[in-house]
Design a binder for this molecule. Structure first.
Ligand SMILES: Nc1nc2c(ncn2[C@@H]2O[C@H](COP(=O)(O)OP(=O)(O)O)[C@@H](O)[C@H]2O)c(=O)[nH]1
Ligand SMILES: [Mg+2]
Length: 452
């Protein structure tokens, strides 16, 4: 796992509060110091580290742990939410109609990542994916790409010996005009020289790419920030892929530097094999990094830990009566951030989430396992389908089932769940008592809820 050692050190920091009933200043200072050291050792930027530890220190001191929550858990929750905040919100991608240009310096993992992303897309979305090898400088690049993609069903276009990269791209795009996703691998140099600049700009123009992904090696550390900015000026980077996170304990440098540039991290590479790619979502990444799944019962987040803006947005949508599949998805995502459903439910009015408070333990468990499946199914839907789920008739249901590798029954289950949630939202809108509870819980007034 990436960033080895960081987990142990962070657990150690929070562990300073073990067995304590109150936070004393000395322990808090120790905690803050050891957290700072842990982050700096993982190469996080000095300023970001300082801000994060100060924030954690203040929150541990000022915020009351919920009744029954140990101080240590309280501190872990705060550290978790602040790390997630630091790495930024997840970056959505569209499953279809994408032309992706991969750019980056030499040896960063562009060709490997091109193959990984192609295979990921095919597996995840069940769409036709093709790749174009436009690196005319490295002999054997085409061969390398073909080898990586052998047996995956992803088509490769290359013209070994051809020196004009633009020509290869033009030919490839013509050949793959029926593909749902086309990914173009380009050449890199040790540094961004004039000829590479010209070549990239010209390919970018011809390809008219919907995404320009910068591939960057985690070893680069905080220098990833300036590199990202340089490429951004050149081709308008829409997302970053940080590779070789498996190979360094100091990956925090690249991750945090890239997050700070505003070119969000879309994937991370964690190995040489084609399947060693992860869609980057900071909350999942951090909870895995901190091993929150392993530490049973350690994390029990409270509604206050959730992103307030997101909570507010969903509540407004719910109350306005417009409730899309995407809203349900966000709602489910919020829920899935909470360790267990019971914990969340104890904070919510009974009527919310379809009276789930009254479900049996078994039913709740079932619900949790559905979350992951729903997420995968919805990744295979278009934006329009998510906005207007009523358009989902049998042929679309069939396509989505195929794309996400589930049965049609699974898709129908998701739609049934959506219909139940939607009805319930409608019911709640008219329920004055519920509105009051919602308002006091989230500190909203009628205007915030679209009722003004
Ligand atoms: N450990 C590890 N190695 C990687 C990863 N991504 C790429 N590599 C290796 O890095 C080297 C350079 O990769 P390549 O794709 O040829 O880089 P390019 O020059 O940017 O196209 C190869 O040996 C890859 O196997 C990764 O996520 N983890
Ligand atoms: Mg290459």
């Amino acid at each position: 796992m990436a960033l080895d050692g960081l987990k142990r050190k962070i657990l150690g920091s929070a562990g300073l509060l073990r067995g304590k009933r109150e936070v004393d200043e000395e322990t808090l200072r120790e905690l803050s110091k050891s957290l700072r050291r842990a982050l700096l050792e993982a190469d996080f930027n000095v300023r970001q580290t300082k801000e994060l530890t100060e924030k954690v220190e203040r929150r541990v001191m000022e915020e009351e742990p919920r009744p029954g929550t140990k101080l240590e858990t309280h501190a872990m929750n705060i550290i978790y939410t602040e790390l997630v905040r630091l790495l930024g919100p997840p970056r959505d991608i569209r499953p279809h109609n994408e032309t992706i240009l991969m750019v980056g310096l030499y040896g960063q993992g562009k060709t490997t990542t091109t193959a990984k992303v192609a295979d990921w897309w095919r597996r995840r979305h069940g769409v036709r994916v093709s790749v174009i090898e436009a690196d005319t400088h490295r002999p054997g690049a085409y061969e390398q790409l073909c080898q990586l993609l052998e047996g995956t069903g992803v088509q490769v276009h290359g013209e070994p010996g051809e020196e004009d990269a633009s020509k290869i791209v033009r030919n490839g795009l013509r050949k793959f005009k029926n593909s749902d996703v086309v990914i173009i691998d380009t050449a890199g140099r040790d540094s961004l020289d004039d000829s590479l600049r010209e070549e990239l700009v010209s390919i970018a123009e011809i390809a008219n790419a919907t995404e320009r992904f910068l591939v960057i090696d985690a070893q680069v550390g905080q220098a990833a920030g300036p590199v990202a900015e340089t490429f951004h000026d050149l081709v308008g980077v829409t997302g970053t892929i940080v590779t070789k996170l498996d190979g360094t304990a100091r990956g925090g440098g690249a991750l945090s530097a890239v997050s700070a540039t505003g070119a969000p991290i879309v994937f991370v590479g964690e190995g040489e094999r084609i399947q060693d790619l992860e869609k980057f979502e900071s909350d999942r990444f951090i909870s895995r990094l901190l091993g929150m799944g392993d530490i049973k019962g350690l994390i029990d987040l409270t509604p206050e830990d959730l992103d307030q803006d997101e909570a507010m947005r969903i509540t407004q949508r719910m109350m306005s009566g417009r409730f899309t599949l995407t809203d349900m998805y966000s709602q489910m995502e919020m829920m899935s951030k909470i360790g267990t459903m019971d914990k969340l439910l104890s904070h919510l009015p009974d009527s919310m989430f379809g009276g789930m408070g009254n479900l049996s333990r078994g039913q709740k468990k079932q619900m949790q396992s559905n979350l992951e499946k729903f997420r995968i199914i919805m990744d295979s839907m278009t934006q329009h389908e998510k906005d207007e789920p009523l358009v989902l008739k049998s042929s679309r249901i069939r396509r989505i089932a195929r794309g996400s590798g589930v049965t049609e029954k699974d898709v129908k289950e998701l739609l049934a769940q959506y219909n139940r949630s939607r009805k319930m939202m409608r019911g709640m809108k008219g329920d004055r008592r519920f509105r009051k509870q919602m308002q006091s819980m989230m500190d909203l007034d009628d205007e915030d809820l679209g009722m003004g």
